[in-house]
Ligand binder design. Structure first.
Ligand SMILES: Nc1ncnc2c1ncn2[C@@H]1O[C@H](COP(=O)(O)OP(=O)(O)OP(=O)(O)O)[C@@H](O)[C@H]1O
Ligand SMILES: [Mg+2]
Length: 232
């Protein structure tokens, strides 16, 4: 699905988070959203996901301003797993809450896709590691066969080896399932590896954009400082 965002403005009371955002999410491509902590990355994707309304501007989904939300999935920044539910019930959440019970095969197949051992099936989130929780979040996001997947910091908090594994996984599922992906990351290496296009948000606007493979060649001074960790 193609998503076109034009002159989007989103504020909370007097806090204008997104001033004037225009960007295009291309169909079946991987778009990366970058920016300093607090710049509005999560707010942007939650707005696209229709969890928030917005103040002005337009969002077009395949040319229309309405969309069937069932086509979307999100891997939330902090996992958002339900502590009181087993891993299998978390993954099959949409069926589980509707009292459907024959989800075993689908869950096991997804667990295998995301590299989760069968032994975690009946465990609770508190019994598994951070990297495994990300995999569970990814499996849950894939459960309903989304057309668009939003990934909010899928590798944050993981060691480099596990980050790399999650990145490989993301690349695999995006290409295998032909999904449009929108990811937020602070990790430039992940952006280069998993992204096609990037957008860098600063002070509520898109400060820089381009091809992820050319991130390190950017001429934008503010984005350069962000990449190198220098102060603005
Ligand atoms: N539900 C909300 N109500 C009011 N303000 C909010 C809400 N959600 C986010 N904000 C505000 O919007 C701004 C951007 O928050 P957001 O979570 O999008 O940042 P972010 O770029 O994702 O940061 P990080 O990299 O730390 O996750 C912050 O000032 C935050 O306080
Ligand atoms: Mg965030």
């Amino acid at each position: 699905m193609k998503i076109e965002i034009k002159n989007l403005c989103k504020k909370f009371d007097n806090n204008i988070v997104l001033k004037d955002i225009s960007l295009t999410i291309e169909k079946n491509k991987s778009t990366i959203i970058l920016g300093q902590s607090g710049c509005g990355k999560s707010v942007l994707i939650k707005t696209l996901y229709q969890l928030f309304n917005f103040d002005s501007g337009t969002i077009l989904y395949d040319g229309r301003n309405y969309v069937d939300i069932d086509k979307f999935s999100m891997l939330f920044q902090y996992g958002a797993l339900f502590d009181s539910l087993k891993i299998s019930e978390n993954i099959a959440f949409t069926d589980f809450i509707n009292n459907k019970s024959n989800f075993d095969r689908k869950v096991l197949s997804l667990m295998s896709d995301v590299g989760l051992d069968k032994s975690t099936y009946g465990k609770y989130p508190s019994e598994i590691s951070g990297g495994m929780k990300k995999r569970v979040g990814l499996a849950r996001a894939l459960y309903k066969n989304p057309k668009v997947i939003f990934l909010d910091e899928p590798t944050t908090g993981l060691d480099p080896i596990n980050s790399d594994k999650i990145n490989e996984l993301i690349l695999k599922v995006i290409s295998k399932r032909k999904i449009t992906a929108v990811s937020i990351t602070h990790d430039i290496k992940s952006a280069i590896k998993t992204g096609d296009h990037y957008y860098f948000i600063h002070n509520g606007v898109i400060q820089d954009k381009g091809d992820c493979k050319k991130i390190l060649k950017t001429k934008n001074k503010i984005f350069k400082k962000f990449i190198t960790g220098a102060r603005y």
